[in-house]
Design a protein around this ligand. Structure first.
Ligand code: TXA
Ligand code: MG
Length: 314
């Protein structure tokens, strides 16, 4: 059930978490499906609800950098990144403390930690007091939710969905692997590679997909059900959809969605546009390619996962 986030409903949500139940809550990136990160049984409910393979680790959300040490062994680079970018859309992978449940880490010796900036997430973390394990609140392989309504579409039975409005970033957090030097980007996202480089003094490399065991890195992820193709210029039929940075050219048929020609604003609206087109029973969704520069890196990454290059048919 969707409830407006208030002091009362946030206290209720914290009580739910303490009882080992799941709660969906807003972050500045996407909505999360949260459970008490210290409880293996509670974390297992996340995997059951999502249909997510058990060896895929989840992010532990913390109120702030003061809690980093309790969950991870913190290398200097991670400390520096947390000081600068937390709370915010940055996830740090560090060696885990022995007490972190294997259910959270997928049995790996590392743990992913993030302090979200959304005031409702902050209030929930403070009320709860512990770490909240939370993947994006979507079924495995589906588009991440950026509104409470999206979460309800994914999990109609979920007892408590805190509504904190549409997410300001709209794409998932940047994940940085701090277990080795130089640090590497495992997933581009809300914090740009340039912003990271400015702080750490070198441009971090984007890790190769093949080396990783992260579900966000599977080729087909964040995907709509409608066949979705990346093209330079869309030429849709009447029963097809388009996501473009251009206005619809005169006389062109189909369902047309124009997104802003600016990466942050585009990223904020992308998932909602894909979801909306996906509900219309279209034959195909054509997504027009975005610029190749670094500012569009996180958007390009998500488009590559949602869409196939033109000519590739599922
Ligand atoms: O913005 C976000 O990060 C959102 C909000 C809810 O915080 N969460 C999110 O969670 O995107 P999820 O589970 O959909 O993606 C988390 C990613 C996955 O690719 C997962 O494999 C990776 O983080 N991850 C988690 N623990 C890891 C670890 N120990 N090592 C490497 N990657 C890890
Ligand atoms: Mg996800």
């Amino acid at each position: 059930m969707i409830v407006a986030a208030t002091a009362d409903t946030i206290a209720q949500a914290a009580a739910h978490l303490r009882r080992g139940e799941l709660v969906a809550f807003p972050t500045e990136t996407v909505y999360g499906l949260g459970a008490d990160a210290a409880s293996p049984a509670a974390v297992q409910k996340i995997f059951a609800a999502k249909g997510r393979p058990r060896d895929h680790p989840v992010i532990v959300h913390l109120a702030g950098q003061e809690q980093l040490d309790a969950w991870g062994v913190v290398p200097p680079a991670a400390q520096q990144l947390a000081e600068r970018f937390w709370p915010g859309p940055l996830t740090l992978v560090v060696p885990k403390r022995p007490a972190v449940p294997a259910e959270v880490t997928g049995g790996q010796p590392t743990v992913a930690l993030r302090a979200p900036a959304h005031p409702v997430a902050q209030a929930l973390l403070t009320a709860f007091g512990g770490g909240i394990a939370a993947p994006s609140a979507n079924r495995f392989g589906r588009i991440s939710p950026t509104t409470a309504q999206h979460v309800a579409e994914e999990f109609p039975e979920l007892a408590l969905i805190l509504d904190g409005g549409p997410c300001a970033v709209g794409l998932e957090s940047t994940i940085v692997d701090c277990t080795q030097t130089p640090v590497r980007i495992l997933r581009p996202g809300g914090i740009s590679a340039e912003a990271l480089a400015e702080l750490i003094g070198y441009p971090p490399e984007l890790a190769q997909r093949a080396q990783l065991r992260v579900p966000g890195m599977l080729a087909r992820h964040y995907a709509p059900r409608t066949p979705c193709y990346l093209v330079a210029q869309a030429q849709p039929q009447a029963d097809e959809g388009v996501i473009s940075r251009r206005a619809r050219p005169i006389g062109v048929p189909g369902r047309w969605r124009t997104l802003p020609d600016e990466p942050a604003a585009y990223g904020r609206q992308l998932y909602a546009a894909l979801r909306e087109l996906d509900t219309l029973g279209l034959k195909a969704i054509w997504v027009e390619a975005v610029p190749e520069d670094d500012a569009w890196l996180a958007v390009r990454d998500r488009l590559r996962r949602a869409a196939q290059p033109e000519g590739v048919h599922r």
